[in-house]
Design a protein around this ligand. Structure first.
Ligand SMILES: N[C@@H](CCC(=O)N[C@@H](CS)C(=O)NCC(=O)O)C(=O)O
Length: 201
C-alpha cells in the first residue's frame, strides 16, 4: 500500500493531486509541516530533512515532491509520463526548473505580502522574491504561447508538477501572462486537481 506523509496544506498537495489523477489507493498520514511527528526519529529515518511530502510505497521510501510525482507517474503507467525519452526529459527539465526558479520564491512572496500576520511580514523579502518570480513567469508565458502543455501534446506530470507548485498563483493577478494564466486554469480545472484542492480549502 502506498502511504503519503504530509498535509494538503503543504507541498504534499502535489502528490495528493497526482494519486487522484492515477486513481490509485493510498493511506494519508496527514502531518503538518514542522509538527512534532515530523521531528520523531521514525520520520527522520525516512527523510532526514524533516520535510513533507514523503511516500512509503510498499517499503520504498522517497522524499522530494517532484521526484515522488515523477516516480508515481512512471510506476503506475499513466499517460501522464511520456514514453518518448525526449518528452520524458522535458518533464524533468520543467520539474527541476520549477524547484530552482519558483518553488521557494512563490511561498516567500505570498507569506511576506499577504499570508503572514502583518507584524511578521518582511516587505523586502516579498520584493526580492517577486524579482525572481517575474522573469520565471515570463519563461512560462513564452513556452505556453507556443504550445498548450509543457511536455508534448497533452497534460503530463510536467504540467502537474509546475501547476501544483503554483497553487498560490491562482490568487495572483496573472493578467500580464495570459497564456500562463489560461494554462494554470486548465490544469486546476481537472477533476483530480479540484478534488485535491478541496482537501485544503
Ligand atoms: N523540496 C522539497 C521541499 C519540502 C518542504 O520544504 N516541505 C515543507 C512543507 S511545504 C516542510 O515540510 N517544511 C518543514 C521543514 O522543512 O522542516 C519538496 O519539494 O518536497
Amino acid at each position: 500500500m502506498l502511504r503519503i506523509y504530509g498535509s494538503a496544506r503543504s507541498r504534499a498537495l502535489r502528490t495528493l493531486w497526482m494519486v487522484r489523477e492515477l486513481g490509485i489507493a493510498y493511506e494519508h498520514m496527514d502531518l503538518a509541516p514542522r509538527s512534532p511527528a515530523t521531528r520523531a526519529p521514525a520520520f527522520l529515518d525516512m527523510n532526514p530533512n524533516g520535510a513533507v511530502p514523503v511516500i512509503d510505497d510498499d517499503g520504498f521510501v522517497l522524499a522530494e515532491s517532484m521526484a515522488i510525482n515523477l516516480y508515481l507517474a512512471k510506476k503506475y503507467g499513466s499517460g501522464l509520463y511520456p514514453a518518448d525519452p525526449a518528452m520524458e526529459a522535458k518533464t524533468w527539465q520543467w520539474s527541476f526548473w520549477e524547484t530552482d526558479k519558483l518553488d521557494r520564491q512563490v511561498v516567500t512572496y505570498v507569506n511576506h505580502s499577504s499570508a503572514l500576520p502583518e507584524a511578521d511580514r518582511k516587505p523586502a523579502l516579498a520584493e526580492a522574491a517577486w524579482k525572481e518570480i517575474e522573469p520565471a513567469f515570463g519563461v512560462l508565458e513564452t513556452a505556453l504561447s507556443k504550445q498548450d502543455w509543457l511536455a508534448g501534446r497533452s497534460f503530463s506530470v510536467a504540467d502537474l508538477n509546475v501547476a501544483a507548485a503554483l497553487y498560490r498563483g491562482l490568487a495572483m493577478d496573472l493578467s500580464r501572462w495570459p497564456h500562463l494564466q489560461a494554462w494554470l486554469g486548465r490544469c486546476w480545472d481537472r477533476p483530480a486537481a479540484k478534488a485535491a484542492r478541496a482537501l485544503r480549502e
